[in-house]
Design a protein around this ligand. Structure first.
Ligand code: NAP
Ligand code: ZN
Ligand code: ZN
Length: 354
């Protein structure tokens, strides 16, 4: 195909700006996708600003992609032109290590290929993501999206949805379980919706008093202002599981103290600087644990999309023009997102044509 129009950061201090590149020739199993919507994840901001110290510039962020198939490689068997599809955080992995064989490609021993800022396994080029008119991806890493849902609201499921669904399922969240979700941003609001749909009692922890009513509307049975020690103390020793989505360094111990014996808190936020080490006594005296979780595998992502289709779950979004992306990043830094920015990629095509 011809050139792909995109938005890229040229270095860690530069705003995102128009950029274009020539995609690879379609390989046998490739799917070429015209992108309709792309969600804006906090990981995009971390990487555009090189906060994880591994960004290769220029970087085209975006890994919450929904679009339509416009061409397929000669041996592609799972998709045809016109299909509505999604692409998340991964576009390839080795397929042969034990993790890949178990369908947990995100933990691939040889490293999965990230949708952007990854390295293609065949041509060695840096991958470019979804703030773009089109993308080319191996069919094994392309998902089917429930077509009856609002497609702009589906885009964030490809990262925020799976990153919360995967640990909630792994830790057996369901009826009879008391579950905490920390942070009401893109990931957190999906965590609230999904945990509620799984049948758990859900408590949202937020630092923003203005988000209390929304937390309840989204499915939380109770909302706790996490900076209020008295409100926190009322929940001591009571949670089976807490999912912590906060994107900034903070003290974990006040949350650990809310877990029951054998309770677990899973971290999914990846702040620029690590959290201070939690209190060892808080862990030991009730055999509590803290763990982490990375996105989810391809089979799990399809399962999550089907689950959201059955339960009519989409993300609460603010649809933006690509030209508003830098402003959106600034608002994300102020926790001022309700609750995911999604780029209308038609605006990118329009600006490129003008
Ligand atoms: P986001 O939309 O910016 O939400 C983060 C939320 O954290 C904010 O809305 C805010 O919620 C809370 N928060 C922010 N600063 C805080 C502070 N100083 N103290 C306490 N709470 C604070 O971000 P996101 O897109 O959901 O991503 C969250 C994190 O997960 C990022 O670090 C991202 O890179 C990471 N991530 C990880 C994975 C994975 O696989 N593990 C996947 C995707 C993203 P309140 O206003 O409610 O307090
Ligand atoms: Zn993400
Ligand atoms: Zn592998």
């Amino acid at each position: 195909m011809n050139i792909i129009h995109a938005y890229a950061a040229q270095n860690e201090n530069s705003p995102l700006a128009p950029f274009s590149y020539q995609p690879r020739q379609l390989r046998d199993h490739d799917v070429q996708i015209e992108i309709l919507f792309c969600g804006v994840c906090h990981s995009d901001l971390h990487q555009a600003r090189n906060e994880w110290h591994n960004t290769v510039f220029p970087v085209v962020p975006g890994h919450e992609i929904v679009g339509r198939v416009t061409a397929t490689g000669s041996r592609c068997s799972r998709f045809t032109v016109g299909d509505l599809v999604g692409v998340g955080c991964m576009v390839d992995s080795c397929r042969s290590c034990p993790d890949c064989q178990e369908g947990l490609e995100q933990y691939c021993e040889n490293g999965f290929v990230a949708t952007y800022n990854g390295t293609d396994r065949f041509d060695g080029k840096t991958t470019f993501g979804g703030y773009a008119s089109d993308i080319v991806v191996h069919e094994d890493f392309v998902l089917r999206v429930p077509a009856h849902l609002d497609l702009a609201g589906v885009a964030p499921l490809l990262c925020a949805g799976i990153t919360t669904y995967s640990p909630l399922k792994h830790w057996k969240v369901g009826p009879g379980k008391k579950v905490g979700i920390v942070g009401l941003g893109g990931l957190g609001h999906m965590g609230v919706k999904i945990a509620h749909a799984m049948g758990a009692k859900v408590v949202l922890f937020t630092t923003s008093p203005s988000k209390v009513a929304d937390g309840k509307r989204l499915g939380a049975d109770e909302v706790v202002i996490s900076k209020d020690a008295e409100q926190m103390a009322q929940h001591t020793n009571s949670f089976d599981f807490i999912l912590n989505t906060v994107a900034a360094t903070h003290d974990l111990t006040p949350f650990i103290n809310l877990l029951k014996r054998d309770g677990n808190m899973t971290l999914v936020g990846v702040p620029e600087h690590d959290h201070p080490a939690p209190s060892v006594a808080s862990l030991i005296f009730k055999r509590r644990s803290v763990s982490g979780s990375l996105i989810g595998g391809i089979a799990g992502t399809q399962e999550m999309l089907d689950f959201c289709g059955q339960h009519n779950i989409t993300s609460d979004i603010e649809l933006i023009d690509i030209a508003q992306i830098n402003e959106a990043y600034e608002r994300m830094l102020k926790s001022d997102v309700k609750y995911r920015f999604v780029i209308d990629i038609n605006t990118l095509r329009d600006h490129a044509a003008a």
